[in-house]
Design a protein around this ligand. Structure first.
Ligand code: 3HC
Length: 311
């Protein structure tokens, strides 16, 4: 017989209502939210690195200013999401320590290098494009603080995607070398971007429960399909080729047929053996150490303020 608390929680979920921090919730609901929201936050913070690589080398002041604004946005998204996770009772330090110790997941996509300027376009168009497909439904996640954080993040993500598309469009209207650089970046980022949506539905252990709790609104494969159907017409406008010779729309089903995704590569990246995993974590550790003096100074200042109030 469910307890009154369980009944209230089940009624809120059945009515597709919001669960707020002060509401009773099953431990497993709390746990999966901390898992997903902290991972999402880690992804935003680590995701600053691939793009930061080009801030000092942007081809114009305009591009430099836009890229700086985007990287700052990602930092802000990370802080919103850590704050949302904290409402579930997990301290910020605990999440940071887990990431620093290499014990926390973050999105596979940020473990790839950014060797050319065109990568800034491919990341904006493909990675932020995929993030939008994944994040818009999360605005309706049953957990209030998470859904509300997503609303603000999605507004900024749309700008990120547009500026990436525009970088590629400018390159594709440039010299042959610029066109080749843009196509090369699309070739390198297309498949990792598809993997952002997670494993296939039949290999997705969290999906069923996440969907039952109105956290995940669409399955991994559904969102992957939605993303590809958004990309195809945009690739035509850009004049780039999506690197999948088997990609074709099945008129009957409205679904895109595509080549097999390399899940071995995906699992290698998740195991920490991707092209840039070590560098991304080392950079995050260095930033944590370099920033220790700021945390100590702020804590000392807060202590002195508290002491002054006591006298
Ligand atoms: N990278 C790393 N780990 C991944 C992953 C990916 N791309 N896709 C799946 N996984 C992990 C899951 O975390 C899970 O492992 P865990 O149980 O140890 O956490 C395992 O693989 C199985 O996957 P499931 O499908 O069962 O897991 P989920 O139901 O959690 O679905 C998800 C995965 C779709 C990524 C979901 O967690 C999600 O929607 N997360 C929030 C969105 C997010 O994190 N997006 C990252 C994009 S980065 C970003 O938004 C920055 C932007 O500004 C560019």
């Amino acid at each position: 017989e469910p307890s009154p608390d369980e009944r209230q929680f089940d009624d809120l979920i059945a009515a597709d209502s919001r669960i707020e921090p002060r509401d009773w919730m099953p431990d497993a609901y709390r746990k999966t939210l901390v898992r997903q929201i902290s991972q999402h936050a880690h992804s935003e913070i680590i995701g600053m690195q691939p793009e930061a690589n080009w801030i000092t080398r942007a081809p114009s002041l305009k591009r430099k200013a836009i890229l700086m604004a985007k990287v700052q946005d990602e930092a802000g998204h990370g802080l919103y999401l850590y704050s949302a996770a904290q409402t579930l009772g997990t301290p910020r330090d605990e999440m940071t320590e887990a990431l620093i110790a290499g014990k926390a997941r973050y999105s596979s996509i940020f473990n790839y290098p950014t060797p050319t300027w065109a990568d800034m376009g491919a990341i904006g168009w493909l990675v932020d494009g995929a993030a939008i497909c994944n994040q818009v439904p999360l605005c309706r996640a049953s957990y209030g603080p998470y859904g509300r954080a997503m609303v603000r993040i999605c507004k900024e993500e749309s700008f990120h995607q547009r500026q990436g598309f525009e970088i590629l469009l400018e390159l594709m209207r440039g010299t042959d070398a610029q066109r080749a650089m843009a196509q090369d970046a699309v070739d390198r980022w297309y498949w990792p971007a598809l993997q952002m949506f997670g494993p296939p539905d039949d290999a997705s252990p969290n999906s069923a429960q996440s969907m039952a709790w109105n956290i995940k609104r669409f399955s991994n494969d559904e969102l992957r399909q939605r993303f590809v159907s958004m990309l195809v017409p945009q690739a035509e406008v850009l004049g780039v080729t999506l690197p999948d010779p088997k990609l074709r729309l099945d008129e009957e089903t409205g679904q895109y047929e595509m080549s097999e995704i390399d899940w071995t590569e995906f699992n290698e990246v998740l195991a920490g053996r991707g092209p840039m995993n070590a560098q991304r974590l080392q950079r995050r550790r260095d930033a944590h150490e370099d920033g220790a003096w700021v945390r100590e100074a702020a804590a000392e200042y807060a202590r002195k303020q508290a002491a002054a109030r006591e006298v």
